[in-house]
Design a binder for this molecule. Sequence first.
Ligand SMILES: C[S@@+](CC[C@H](N)C(=O)[O-])C[C@H]1O[C@@H](n2cnc3c(N)ncnc32)[C@H](O)[C@@H]1O
Length: 362
Amino acid sequence: MARNIRKLPKAREPAKVRGALYRLYKDRKGAFVRLFLAEEEVALGDSAAAPLLGANLIRRASGGRYAANVRIWKIKGKFIVTDLFTYTGKLRIYPVFVDESDFLAQNLFVERGDEVLDIGTGSGVQAICCAEKARMVVATDINRRALAFAGFNAKLNAVDGKIKFVYSNLFENLGKKRFDLIVSNPPFMPVPQEKSWFLHGSAGYDGLDVVRRILKDSKKHLKPKGRLQIITHSFGSLEKIQALEFVKKYFPESRVQVIHVLSPKRVGVEKYFAVFSDSEGFDDWKKFLEKNWLDYLYRVVINIFPAKKFCLEEIQNGKLRFFLHESFNQKPFMVSPYYSGGWSEMIRRYGDTSAFFRGEKP
Ligand SMILES: C[S@@+](CC[C@H](N)C(=O)[O-])C[C@H]1O[C@@H](n2cnc3c(N)ncnc32)[C@H](O)[C@@H]1O
């Protein structure tokens, strides 16, 4: 059942909320997972429930049980609150998918003392994971709901003092500020029309609209030795990753590291994007994709470092056993049992989702 909860999380006593989440996670991991990841109703004692109720993270259900208003992911010892999978609003807060937000957060190139910019902060997961080492982080979004969730998450994880949240369309409201590290997990879904997908994914006909703009303008906001780190989908052929063409264009003097999060897959456009088959303009869009190359899909982290001349280094991750397309072909994918059932079982056994994908034993 779709649950578009309107109340935002409230961070009046974040330390108490954090304590309640830690206790629940530590003492009753199964209940934590069922409540916040499998979206099941769970019985909780009054003292366990009170701080979570006060923060709008849960609500009362029937028979003395409670239901979650949000998903809560545990990553790198932090709790990150996002919307439920069943939230269908276009301003949905992006989940902490293990082959994306989670993967980037585990592989951040942040150094002690850095000034960091996180573009499209969503839940704030990257900004929060950078904040430990960074001197300060600026985190932007054009979704005010996202800025509210990210602000809550920063308080929940006690790093709000280091992060400044700014409403900004990419670099628009940042003035001339320059950073040591720019990090982004931008929207990268090819879509037939802006309105046909969530704001967090919608990225134009080829899925690279936002990535292109970030690559084009980043230099103006990087310090001389600044680094840029982007995770993205990119179509391409077996020989070339389309997104890298723009990296070469805008960063001709750089060392570029490409981490392949998932091995490239040959994708039938129609099959993969079945989710858009009812959208206006689908046929033209499909023809565009078919005519213009695109039958391999890459999921990559692109790290760009300053250098004297262009050089490219490719790294196969090889550790993620996640298979995107199985879940993606289901419609709508965000309520797929693959995600909820599969993940909850994983977390029940492994703790953090990422531990499973790193191949650690429970
Ligand atoms: C894929 S989500 C990533 C969220 C989060 N950084 C993460 O790693 O999970 C992309 C985010 O970019 C935001 N966004 C989309 N277009 C944007 C723009 N032009 N400027 C800033 N943020 C944007 C969306 O609202 C969304 O929160």
